[in-house]
Design a protein around this ligand. Structure first.
Ligand SMILES: *[C@@H]1O[C@H](CO)[C@@H](O)[C@H](O)[C@H]1NC(C)=O
Ligand SMILES: *[C@@H]1O[C@H](CO)[C@@H](O)[C@H](O)[C@H]1NC(C)=O
Length: 506
């Protein structure tokens, strides 16, 4: 063993504990790290964040003073017993776990608990525990709930917001929200209602029932909801709205993406406060009559895009309804949505155009007269401009206009200067001002984009040269103008030659 090899051996033995111990120690740190929940203050509230840690139970030594406890995205299958010690909790997020058990009764002692998030868990039923909870926001979305105890929400007298989106509910007892007097917003989208549910509630303002496979609306379904303002029924299978569909408070009705094909004078007659009506993506063909909205004085916005309007018949109604929808105040933001789909000779025309073209062809010619006049105007403009340009070109060739201008200035000043003076002044100016030869021009600095770059360009030069430079730059301006012209002329000449050659070939 040479001294070199011995040294290597010594060094590697010396390094061995480092290379081996390093990773092991780090793994241990990570393992010890994982359950450590973060504790910090957010919006002046003590927050404990135990999310995304694959937890099945809560670690000890948490700060039980926390106001916000986030336990989302873990593996809890039941409420961990330590939860009881968080008596001052305001927000508890248990979303994305595997919970299915009823709310523990000690939640009833958490008088500050207002937001409970149980979204994306395993609930199949939601039961009444007999305890009263102070919760104001309850998120039960993305579970498998198909059964809810009729009294369950009666025990949450302060509940204001309830999210039951994406569950398996196909029916709910009408009295289910009757005693939840603060409830204002319910999300029930993506459930399996076949009929618009009719709840008894005097506080509910917004009801979301999009994508619920609803095909049937009873005309008094809203009768029990005495404060309802918004009803969202987008993406259902509704084919018709019953006559006298009634609500004294409803202002916004979203029926977009259903299969509704007609409305009558009695459809909206019992919705006196209707202000926003969304009927996009339905099956309307026949153009509405303005009388359909005679009882809706507050109507201010209608959406109709994506219907296949038939302009068949070309009634005056087409125009009247168009005016009603588009004139002040315009109820339709997007006029392009009032487009004829059939008959074929007016496809893609607006209702208005279709009517005018059919019944008032004279007005069409007025339109074409106008465009004709505009066209003539443009031509005259072009001719005049080109004349002026030619005049200017000719003038800059002979320089006569500048001379006359100078003489005039002198005359206007009133100082009776002798004519020779003017002539003497003109002579050096002429010498300097001669256009440079093509080669000289190529050597000159280029005027890059516009005359805006001119000041920088002048500043680069020395002070004494200033006046001269100014004159020179004027000729550069002329140069930039004339350059493309020479090119044009050349290319014309080339084309002419080619033509001549072609003729010879023939
Ligand atoms: C509940 O948590 C989910 C994420 O897991 C979130 O999208 C949702 O907004 C939360 N709900 C409430 C009411 O804060
Ligand atoms: C389109 O055809 C209908 C008959 O189907 C006719 O009454 C109408 O005048 C035509 N409209 C136009 C703009 O040509």
């Amino acid at each position: 063993m040479g001294p070199g090899e011995f040294l290597t051996l010594v060094i590697s033995i010396w390094l061995l504990p480092l290379t081996k111990g390093g990773p092991i120690r780090r793994t241990r740190e990570v393992e010890a790290d994982l359950p450590q929940c973060l504790t910090y203050i957010l919006n002046s509230k003590l927050l404990v964040d135990c999310s995304d840690r694959e937890l099945t139970e809560l670690p000890e030594d948490l700060n039980y003073e926390a106001k916000v406890l986030i336990m989302s995205n873990n593996n809890f299958i039941s409420f961990p017993p330590q939860l009881e010690r968080f008596t001052g909790l305001e927000t508890l997020d248990l979303s994305a776990n595997h919970l299915s058990s009823p709310l523990p009764s000690y939640f009833g002692n958490m008088n500050s608990l207002n937001t409970l998030n149980l979204s994306n868990n395993n609930y199949g039923v939601w039961v009444d525990t007999g305890r009263i909870f102070s919760i104001t926001r309850l998120d039960l979305s993305r579970n498998k709930i198909n059964n809810i105890d009729e009294a369950a929400f009666s025990r949450m007298p302060q509940l204001r917001f309830l999210d039951l989106t994406e569950n398996r509910i196909n029916d709910l007892p009408p009295q289910i929200f009757a005693n939840t007097h603060s409830l204002e917003i319910i999300h029930l989208c993506r459930n399996y209602f076949a009929t618009l549910p009719s709840f008894q509630t005097n506080s509910l303002k917004t009801l979301h029932l999009n994508s619920c496979q609803i095909s049937n609306l009873e005309k008094d379904a809203l009768a029990g909801m005495s404060s309802l303002v918004e009803l969202h029924l987008s993406m259902n299978q509704i084919e018709s709205i019953p006559d006298n569909f009634a609500s004294n408070t409803l202002q916004e009705l979203d029926l977009s993406y259903n299969d509704i094909s007609s409305i009558t004078d009695d459809t909206f007659v019992s919705l006196p406060h209707l202000a926003v009506l969304n009927l996009r993506g339905n099956d309307f063909k026949e153009v509405w009559s303005t009388s359909h909205f005679a009882s809706n004085p507050f109507l201010r916005e209608i959406q109709v895009k994506g219907n296949r309007w038939s302009c068949e018949g070309f009634h005056l109604n087409l125009l009247l309804t168009y005016e009603f929808l588009t004139r002040d105040p315009p109820k339709i933001k997007d006029r392009a949505s009032l487009i004829c789909y059939s008959p074929a000779n007016v496809t893609q025309m607006s209702w208005q155009q279709a009517y005018i073209r059919t019944w008032h062809p004279n007005e069409v010619s007025t339109v074409s007269y106008t465009s004709f006049a505009v066209f003539i105007g443009i031509i005259i403009g072009v001719v005049v401009t080109s004349c002026i340009c030619r005049g200017l070109m000719a003038a800059s060739g002979s320089r006569t206009p500048r001379q006359t201008a100078q003489t005039t200035v002198v005359n206007l000043n009133g100082t009776a200067q002798p004519a020779e003076d003017a002539v003497v002044r003109r002579v050096p100016l002429r010498e300097e001002d001669l256009p440079p030869s093509y080669e000289d021009a190529l050597l000159m600095p280029r005027l890059r984009s516009s005359f805006h770059s001119l000041p920088d360009f002048v500043e680069e030069e020395e002070e004494e040269e200033r006046t001269r430079m100014f004159r020179r730059s004027r000729s550069i301006g002329d140069l930039t103008e004339s350059r493309p012209r020479t090119h044009d002329r050349r290319s014309t000449r080339r084309t002419l030659q080619i033509h001549a050659n072609a003729n010879l070939d023939l």
